[in-house]
Design a protein around this ligand. Structure first.
Ligand code: SAM
Ligand code: SF4
Length: 324
């Protein structure tokens, strides 16, 4: 089945990220305010049946990869059955999940049985105190047990680490060594200045600085870029990736479309532009109407990061309910 979704700038759009919930059990400093956010009512959120229908139509149009995100996807009841339902849709080649890992230990077996292909765990520090501070109360031990469990049941795992100004050299090396020991790719991500999340130049470290530090300790060999991360194999084992969203945006190779839990399509993480598909899904409109909305969202996808080009106010863009 050939992909038929491409945008005005010739980019193939085959990757859908679905934010399955706006709820989260953590309050990471760069993502959520300490008191949490105003949540949508249950009936304002897409049901899993509606998300499955949307996925089916999107896959028919050429989507090949789906990532489930949030909020925290594992807090939504019924997530495992939902994964099982979309993993069976013909044409889907890769189904993954990004999670803070707190509930992974208990859910790993069910997730494996559901047909999920891969798991990304967000882990910003291996220091329990600093982890607790960044997540405002998260227990590092739960995440580590979760990682061990998903590896044990046979998942391919990646770690995503948001680099904040306070990430020390020592911690960078600890994360690299952890990845080497477990056979996990570690990907460093630049802190994104969104939603009044305390964006402050002091927090931002361009990843080129982190890479330089790593290169003083390890020999890196360039691997194929996966469209988002600049990836390297590490001499002696392991893989490290750098996601330079701010210093070197990957807009020209962006293949993403996002569906939020409240049923809006977001063509770009850094844009407030959205197409509302909630009414279409709720009233069970014909597939053609949903296809039209998807094509429209792809059509209006900005060529370049609108926050960086000054077209959008970063304070108005919320990453937490778009799913990163
Ligand atoms: N709760 C899940 C998790 O933490 O993986 C999924 C949702 S979270 C919004 C998805 C990703 O966005 C996480 O890897 C998180 O670290 C990242 N993220 C959130 N806010 C960010 C920011 N301001 N800058 C960079 N990454 C951010
Ligand atoms: Fe929750 Fe993920 Fe945001 Fe942290 S990054 S507050 S775990 S949604």
């Amino acid at each position: 089945m050939p992909s038929i979704l491409s945008d005005r700038f010739g980019r193939k759009i085959d990757y859908l990220r679905i934010s399955v919930t706006d709820r989260c059990n953590l309050r990471c400093v760069y993502c959520m305010p300490p008191e949490g956010i105003e949540l949508f009512e249950k009936n304002e959120i897409l049901t899993f049946e509606e998300m499955e229908r949307f996925s089916r139509v999107a896959i028919n149009l050429g989507v090949r990869k789906i990532k489930l995100t949030g909020g925290e996807p594992l807090v939504r009841k019924g997530i495992v059955d939902f994964i099982a339902s979309i993993s069976k849709i013909e044409g889907l080649e890769d189904l993954s999940l990004t999670t803070n890992g707190i509930f992974l230990e208990d859910m790993a077996n069910d997730l494996k049985a559901s047909g999920l292909d891969r798991v990304n765990v967000s882990l910003d520090s291996l220091n329990p105190k600093r982890y607790g501070e960044i997540t405002r109360g998260g227990d590092l031990r739960s995440v580590l047990r979760g990682i061990n469990k998903v590896l044990e049941v046979g998942f391919k795992v990646k770690i995503n680490t948001v680099v904040l100004g306070s990430l020390s050299e020592k911690e960078i090396f600890e994360l690299i060594e952890f990845g080497k020991e477990k056979g996990i790719e570690v990907r460093f991500i630049e802190f994104m200045p969104l939603c009044g999340n305390g964006w402050n130049r002091d927090y931002f470290i361009p990843l080129v600085d982190v890479k330089k530090k790593i290169e003083q300790m390890y020999k890196l060999t360039n691997l194929k870029n996966d469209g988002v991360a600049d990836r390297y194999s590490i001499d002696g084992g392991g893989i490290v990736g750098f996601i330079t969203t701010i210093s070197e945006p990957f807009c020209s190779s962006c293949s993403r479309l996002r569906l939020t839990a409240r049923g809006t399509l977001r063509p770009c993480l850094f844009s407030t532009l959205e197409i509302n598909v909630f009414p279409l899904l709720r009233k069970v409109a014909p597939d053609e109407e949903i296809e039209k909305a998807i094509r429209r969202a792809v059509y209006v996808k900005p060529e370049w990061n609108p926050v960086l080009s000054g077209l959008e106010d970063p304070k108005k863009v919320f990453i937490r309910n778009i799913g990163g």
